[in-house]
Design a protein around this ligand. Structure first.
Ligand SMILES: Nc1ncnc2c1ncn2[C@@H]1O[C@H](COP(=O)(O)OP(=O)(O)OP(=O)(O)O)[C@@H](O)[C@H]1O
Length: 304
């Protein structure tokens, strides 16, 4: 369950502004990101949710240093992704960010045991033999998979494989953990376990976690969910835990629309379809809110 953000360091672990990524294939241009801006506070857990083709994987490839934006700015764990040279990029990928991908084959070597997979990742961070075995033990224990230590990936369930993948990603204590559809091939119970494992890593190590997924139910497991639509952030859900009068935890989820620097706002699809809002809407500034109405004749005359 997500914890309160009130005591967290709010220095940004990830900051992107106006990210644009244009792909050109055989003379056809696709704008995968269309001016996306996103701030992720250090030590937080958040999800970026969007439908297929909305730009999620493109965003993650940029944040992990695998791809560069066409325009815009991006900083991750204190590294400016547009300015860094090849030596800094290597250091960044070794020590600052960890990755978990949807396909377990991409995360783990099938002929090594779970413990050997984690230990191998430690060698990339140049850890000594004793440090490697201590790190491996600690991570397998933190992720509650010590009993899987001597098993190879084909002998593990999908959820166990993804928890080993998280241990591999955490081997060199990155500040930021990035995950692309980490639950995409799992059933609900295994997905919940993997998301709980990510929350556990965040709670114990203070690692900032960013998950991108098409699965909207992930927002039940994280404190902040940003919706991405057409290569831009559109709305966000914040979950906070408060203690009620009986002393029990109460989770409150609130939905917000994202207002960008030039004042653009995307209304949720269900709002626009319910009120048949399109082309042009009527706005009215009230002392404490802005009213939005369909701009048809009846509304123009009849008010609200
Ligand atoms: N290398 C590429 N060359 C050309 N177009 C690309 C490339 N990578 C992505 N795109 C296009 O950019 C858009 C966004 O793709 P992206 O993979 O980021 O979306 P996504 O939200 O991750 O989708 P999915 O959930 O299906 O993986 C899509 O229209 C896609 O076809």
């Amino acid at each position: 369950m997500p914890s309160s953000t009130s005591e967290r360091d709010t220095t940004g672990a990830i900051a992107c502004s106006d990210l644009v990524r244009v792909f050109s294939t055989r003379g056809v241009e696709v704008q995968a990101l269309q001016g996306l801006s996103l701030e992720v506070a250090s030590g937080s857990v958040m999800a970026v949710v969007g439908s297929s083709g909305s730009g999620k994987s493109t965003l993650l490839r940029i944040l992990s240093g695998l791809d560069a934006p066409t325009a815009g700015r991006a900083t991750v764990a204190g590294h400016d992704l547009l300015e860094m040279g090849s030596a800094e990029r290597l250091e960044f990928r070794r020590h600052s960010v960890g990755f978990v991908w949807q396909q377990t084959a991409r995360n783990l070597l099938p002929y090594l045991t779970a413990a050997e997979n984690v230990a191998l990742a430690c060698t990339i961070g140049r850890q000594s033999r004793s440090a490697r075995s201590a790190t491996t033990r600690e991570l397998l224990s933190l992720l509650a998979i010590e009993d899987c230590s001597d098993r190879r990936p084909p002998e593990l369930s999908g959820g166990q494989q993804q928890r080993v993948a998280i241990a591999v990603a955490m081997a060199n204590a990155p500040r930021v953990l990035l995950a692309d559809e980490p639950t995409g091939e799992l059933d609900d119970a295994a997905s919940a376990e993997v998301l709980a494992a990510m929350n556990q890593v965040n709670a114990e190590r203070g690692t900032t976690v960013l998950v991108v997924t098409h699965d909207a139910t992930v927002s039940d497991h994280v404190e902040r969910t940003v919706q991405i639509r057409d290569g831009r952030t559109s709305s966000e859900v914040l979950r906070t835990t408060t203690v009620d009068e009986t002393g029990a935890d109460r989770v409150v989820a609130r939905e917000y629309a994202v207002l960008d620097r030039v004042g653009r706002l995307q209304l949720p699809d269900e709002f626009t379809s319910r009120l048949d809002l399109r082309d042009r809407v009527r706005l009215e500034l009230e002392p404490d809110h802005v009213g939005v109405w369909p701009a048809d004749e009846e509304t123009e005359e009849g008010g609200r």
